[in-house]
Design a protein around this ligand. Structure first.
Ligand SMILES: Nc1ncnc2c1ncn2[C@@H]1O[C@H](COP(=O)(O)OP(=O)(O)OP(=O)(O)O)[C@@H](O)[C@H]1O
Length: 269
């Protein structure tokens, strides 16, 4: 049986400290592994990912790659939103695509664009929805929603219409909604794209404090400097693996080289 990663939020039965003060419980990484074996994904017969093998128990895993390399497709496959064309994905021992119940307990995903995630008009409804999907009754879901809002110091957002929030605030709603579900793994698909520097820094600080296990996908090397282990995705394949210190200088140099050579028409690769 997989160990459960327990977050402590205020106001529910697990107890209680705001995120702004708490170091939320760090998961036991030794027992939680992401295993991707010979993964392939095709769209209309065209390979988007090929032979992707990635094994990691790191707390913060990063994937770097240029536009069109297949990063978002990999994120969606790991979240169980797409079915692999070939190969296998196991997250914490679960086949996330086939076992939706395990998926809801195991993996959360934050998209680049909060509009792709948000479906309800108010903040509380948005947070509550995922909890109800996980099987909580109304009272439990409401209590957890209140707790999460308090833990982010945003109880006054409860009835706020999401349409009135800024882009950065919408990102934070998505983050609260996904963390409320207490996933063992949080997949970040370029969650800071299009945000200004202060908002990026604020969201990154929230993520740092919750200390959940992260799988962070980005084309921006600076987003991934804090990762424990990094994979470089290029044209649908993993081409290198290492620490950020070892891999990012090579990635950056290669991106500059390609930028100097490329015709923009070649971007989709
Ligand atoms: N449903 C789809 N239909 C057609 N093409 C697709 C589909 N999904 C992915 N692709 C193609 O697969 C390639 C990889 O796309 P993906 O969005 O995964 O890349 P990415 O690395 O996330 O790119 P970006 O950094 O620009 O967001 C692209 O060429 C894309 O056009």
């Amino acid at each position: 049986m997989q160990p459960t990663c327990v977050f402590h939020h205020p106001g529910d039965s697990h107890g209680t400290r705001p995120v702004t003060e708490a170091r939320l419980h760090r998961c036991d990484t030794a027992h939680f592994t992401i295993r991707v074996d010979d993964l392939g994904y095709k769209v209309a017969g065209r390979p988007v990912l090929s032979g992707v093998t990635l094994h990691s128990s790191a707390q913060r895993i990063g994937v770097v790659g240029r536009n069109g390399s297949g990063k978002s497709t990999l994120a969606r496959l790991l979240a169980g939103l797409l079915e692999p064309t070939s190969g296998q994905i196991r997250i914490g021992g679960h086949d996330i695509f086939s076992d939706r119940r395990a998926a809801l307990a195991t993996v959360g995903i934050l998209f680049q664009n909060p509009e792709h995630q948000i479906i309800f008009p108010s903040v509380a409804e948005e947070i509550t929805f995922g909890l109800r999907q996980q099987g909580m009754d109304k009272a439990q879901a409401a209590a957890r929603t209140d707790a999460v809002l308090r833990s982010f110091d945003k109880p006054h957002w409860k009835d706020a219409p999401i349409s009135a929030l800024s882009q950065g605030q919408k990102h934070l709603v998505c983050m609260m909604a996904v963390l409320a579900m207490r996933p063992q793994l949080l997949i970040l698909d370029e969650p800071y794209a299009g945000l200004d520097i202060p908002t990026r820094r604020q969201l990154a600080r929230y993520l740092h404090r919750v200390e959940t296990r992260l799988f962070h996908i980005s084309h921006e090397p600076s987003d991934l400097e804090g990762c424990d282990e990094l994979f470089w995705l290029d044209r649908g394949r993993i081409v290198a693996q290492g620490t950020p210190a070892a891999l990012l200088p090579d990635f950056t140099a290669e991106m500059i080289r390609q930028g100097d050579l490329d015709d923009i028409a070649d971007l989709a690769g």
